[in-house]
Design a protein around this ligand. Structure first.
Ligand SMILES: Nc1ncnc2c1ncn2[C@@H]1O[C@H](COP(=O)(O)OP(=O)(O)OP(=O)(O)O)[C@@H](O)[C@H]1O
Length: 589
């Protein structure tokens, strides 16, 4: 049930507080029912002209009201405390779980769902104890207590009141069933619309450059239309059970009035009539809360759908963490032993790969596009675990290392450079916040970021913009390289880290990296083979395996895949676009 699901989201301590809150709420609802029931003898006594008796009943009414207030305060306070605990726990639990998930989990659909869950979802869930559960309990328990009280006065009246209970339960069940069927599609449509909106915003440059302005937003449009439809359906579908709930409540009023009239016709003695009128006062307090059941149940159903989403996120399998992590390795050689890996079972990327990167050497990795070079780099950073085989740093399996220890060993530069909104200095210092000014300048010199710093009016304090949009692609790459170098990690991983630089800057950065030779284990992925001519070893990747290994000269002498690859690159680089007068050179076909 909803309470046990809420309890599972909380810590053991807060789970016990939830049980306490529910008990206090129940006590409050019962106390309210009993206190309201005290109105009947007072009204009865007044109608019979027995004011002294009526006044005597005021004392228990006063006590009941005070107790109800106190219990209401305790229960509302308990509900808010649980809501605050949920606010704390949910975002932390989701956040901590998500950072441990493999990178493959971060599909646009999952990211969209995560954003809805962390925003609206968490607020709806904590709204349960803060605003929804107590009123729902009150709408059910208080009338139940009043029906029991009615039974003490008159069995017929109690029966007439209780008769609507199955109908009410049926409308509650009906509303839940209908609602659940539309809620999941509304949630999916909202996540999809969010995803398409981000895609639309990020792809503006491409859409406009290719003149897709008008129909480029078709996917976004469709997602919005689907979301609107789903939301409209969500509103319409719950309407009939809401109306049915209200009708059932009205019906109960009618049946109670009819029952009271029939009883009065049977026996019109003044004392009896006074009692019936007094009971009708209670009847009103039974019917009113019943009409609210469907309203609160809709809120609870929506929160329950968000709990589904939280449970799905928390059920995603995180990368296993060692219970007792191995001590960080003292050497930094990297060894892949018979490693196989696939993003999806039908598309293997690495197939029994063996590769060793000796400590403090530089290895170049080449291979056709899609051969799996970046995948090797990501496996070293443990974005995923291999399906088979082992990857070790200094003889220690990656999965036995504490995540923070592993991250302190490596400094990666990925193909997609992301900069955080802030200044150049902030972005480079991310590599090592406590770096000195001299170390910052050294990293800038090696990555040729110093050229950029000199050129920009505010120098190191120049803003880079959201995602680094105020810098050119080449400038962003220099920041990323400087950031990695500043970290001073013993393993440096470069994935096309200078691909956006002009040849002169590329050569300068390659020269800078050469100066680090012997100080770190480096893996350099590059399609510009000339940047690899001075590395210690080159590994050629083909069909998920290393097919050739050696120095540049050894591989050239071998005349195998490396040479084929180099010739293909050279041929591609020799292409030229045809001018009006001159036909294309070296064009395929
Ligand atoms: N996150 C992912 N999910 C599914 N498949 C992926 C993912 N990343 C890469 N792939 C696929 O895995 C294969 C290897 O990709 P990888 O990026 O490692 O190649 P690469 O050799 O680095 O290519 P390039 O030189 O073009 O950067 C490709 O077929 C690619 O489509």
């Amino acid at each position: 049930m909803i309470l046990s699901r809420l309890s599972r989201l909380l810590s053991a301590n807060d789970g016990a507080r939830l049980t306490g809150y529910v008990r206090w709420s129940l006590a409050y609802c019962i106390a309210q029912g009993v206190t309201l029931a005290l109105a009947a003898p007072i009204v009865g006594a007044l109608l019979e002209g027995e004011t002294a008796r009526a006044a005597a009943w005021l004392v228990p009414l006063l006590i009941g009201t005070t107790v109800t207030w106190q219990l209401q305060y305790t229960s509302v306070r308990g509900g808010f405390e649980i809501a605050l605990a949920l606010l704390d726990t949910l975002r932390h639990r989701i956040g901590e779980h998500v950072v441990a998930l493999p990178l493959g989990w971060f599909t646009p659909a999952n990211v969209g769902r995560l954003s809805v869950t962390l925003g609206q979802g968490v607020m709806d869930i904590l709204g349960l104890p803060a605003h929804q559960l107590t009123p729902l309990m009150r709408a059910v328990v208080t009338p139940a207590v009043l029906i029991v009280t009615l039974a003490l006065y008159d069995g017929h009246m109690a029966l007439a009141a209780a008769i609507v209970t199955p109908a009410l339960a049926a409308t509650y069940w009906w509303a839940g069933r209908l609602g659940r069927s539309v809620d999941s599609s509304a949630h999916a449509a909202t996540a999809e619309a969010g995803e398409r909106m981000v895609e639309f915003a990020q792809s503006q440059l491409i859409l406009r450059a290719f003149g897709c302005g008008d129909h480029g937003h078709a996917a976004f449009d469709r997602a919005l239309v689907t979301q609107n439809r789903a939301k409209r359906r969500q509103l319409w579908v719950v309407l009939p059970p809401l109306l049915a709930n209200s009708w059932v409540a009205q019906l109960s009023f009618l049946s109670l009035m009819a029952c009271a009239t029939a009883l009065a016709l049977e026996d019109s003695e003044p004392h009896r009539i006074a009692m019936l009128v007094a009971m009708l006062v209670l009847v009103n307090r039974i019917v009113e809360p019943l009409t609210e059941v469907a309203i609160y149940s809709a809120g609870i159903r929506m929160a329950s759908a968000h709990i589904d989403a939280v449970e799905t996120i928390l059920a995603a399998r995180a990368l296993p963490v060692p219970t007792v992590p191995a001590p960080p390795p003292t050497r930094c050689d990297i060894a892949f032993h018979k490693v196989s890996f696939a993003y999806s079972p039908d598309l293997p990327v690495l197939d029994g790969l063996d590769l060793t990167l000796p400590a403090c050497t530089t290895t170049g990795l080449v291979g056709a596009s899609g051969a799996g070079k970046s995948t090797i780099l990501r496996l070293i950073a443990r974005f995923w675990d291999p399906d088979e085989g082992s990857i070790q740093i200094g003889g220690v399996e990656l999965h036995r290392l504490d995540r923070a220890d592993l991250m302190s060993l490596i400094a990666p530069v990925f193909q997609e450079t992301y900069l955080f909104s802030g200044t150049l200095r902030d972005n480079v210092l991310l590599g090592r916040p406590d770096a000195s000014e001299a170390e910052l300048r050294e990293a800038a010199g090696l990555s040729r970021l110093d050229d950029v710093v000199v050129r920009l009016p505010a120098g190191w304090d120049s803003p880079v913009g959201e995602g680094g949009t105020l810098l050119s692609g080449g400038e962003r790459q220099r920041v990323a390289v400087a950031r990695a170098l500043l970290k001073g990690a013993p393993i440096l991983l470069f994935d096309e880290a200078t691909g956006a630089l002009d040849p002169e800057s590329q050569a300068a950065v390659a020269d800078g990296l050469r100066r680090l030779h012997g100080r770190a284990t480096m893996l350099v992925i590059s399609h510009q083979l000339e940047t690899l001519s001075h590395v210690d070893r080159i590994a050629v990747l083909d069909r998920g395996r290393v097919v050739e290994e050696g120095t540049h000269d050894e591989l050239v002498a071998l005349g195998g895949r490396y040479v084929e690859f180099r010739n293909a690159r050279a041929a591609a680089e020799g292409w030229s676009l045809p001018t009006r007068r001159e036909p294309a050179r070296n064009r395929p076909g």
